[in-house]
Design a protein around this ligand. Structure first.
Ligand code: DON
Length: 308
């Protein structure tokens, strides 16, 4: 069989030739300046082999991919009680939509849309405080990564999103009115924006995903990060909700649990086989990386890694 390195080199070569690359997110000012020509991909196989191509070692803003980590911590803390605050269903709506919150009494459909991730942030603020929760997120991610340099929370990205994040402020205030935000809205949003401002490269992002690939363990240390049941829950929600109203198309085209971010990153997990991160900053109309999705589609076509 062709080696994974050869396959992702072929994919990067194909992506270099694509002129329609989507639009970079411009509603968060620092993201508007990212070069749309960037493309990186990293694959970590279950046996520890690492394959990278293109800009896989350049740090980027992982944005909503970070919702996996906040959710991991909150699920570990609250277990099934978390489902009283956020549901487990696809929304079929845009990532920043407010409409369902009115008829559904301030309970978001799932932890990956913005409203749901803000509730998750609120849970973490209640338990750890704003600063403590940021540290918890870093403490979750860093031990999974071999070279931790450059894994940071970009304070400038967080600050600029805070100054322009009126939609998220609306979501948080609306949910607080229903009693589903327990802390002061600025505190909960502060954590949410800082979590979204997590910065790392493709190789590091693929390494962070390895605890899902292995069913909850850090493959480097053998230590449990979360329970196997929670790992399955997270991946099930990634499959159903990780790409918002583009989740169905992603499941059909790629067939792996995946989570996107408006920075152009996607983390996708082939359970028991590989953890894959791809970065291409141009987005499709759902806010998911256009070429990132295509690259994952190609990878799965060549490897047969779809779970279906
Ligand atoms: O809250 C926001 O809008 C951003 N910080 C994150 C959104 C995002 O990444 C959506 N994903 N594709």
């Amino acid at each position: 069989m062709t080696s994974i390195t050869t396959i992702i080199e072929d994919i990067a070569e194909e992506m270099r030739g694509v002129s329609e690359r989507g639009a970079v997110a411009d509603y968060i000012p620092p993201l508007a300046c990212v070069d749309p020509a960037k493309f990186g991909m990293a694959v970590i196989e279950a046996d520890g082999q690492v394959h990278t191509v293109g800009d896989a070692n350049e740090a980027f803003s992982i944005q909503s991919v970070s919702k996996i980590f906040g959710f991991t911590l909150a699920l570990d803390l609250l277990g099934d009680d978390l489902w009283q605050r956020v549901r487990q269903e696809p929304s079929g709506s845009a990532f920043n939509s407010i409409v369902q919150l009115e008829s559904e009494l301030g309970i978001p459909r799932n932890p990956f849309i913005n409203a749901g991730a803000i509730v998750v942030s609120d849970v973490l603020v209640s338990h750890y405080g704003v600063e403590g929760a940021q540290q918890k997120i870093l403490d979750l991610v860093r031990p999974l990564v071999s070279d931790k340099s450059g894994i940071t929370i970009d304070r400038n990205v967080a600050l600029q999103e805070k100054e322009t994040g009126f939609r998220n402020a609306a979501l948080a205030n609306y949910m607080r009115n229903f009693g589903n935000i327990h802390n002061l809205v600025p505190d909960t949003l502060d954590l949410y924006f800082h979590q979204c401002a997590l910065t790392m490269n493709c190789q590091q992002l693929a390494e962070t995903g390895t605890y899902l690939m292995t069913g909850g363990r850090n493959p480097m240390t053998g230590q449990a990060v979360i329970s196997p049941r929670n790992a399955r829950t997270i991946m099930a929600l990634m499959m159903m909700c990780g790409h918002y109203d583009g989740s169905g198309a992603f499941a059909i085209r790629v067939g792996l649990p995946g989570k996107s971010g408006v920075g152009g990153g996607i983390l996708a997990i082939a359970p028991g086989i590989a953890s894959v991160a791809v970065w291409s900053p141009g987005l499709n109309r759902h806010g998911n990386s256009l070429l990132g999705t295509r690259a994952l589609e190609r990878l799965v076509q060549r490897t047969g890694w779809s779970v279906f």
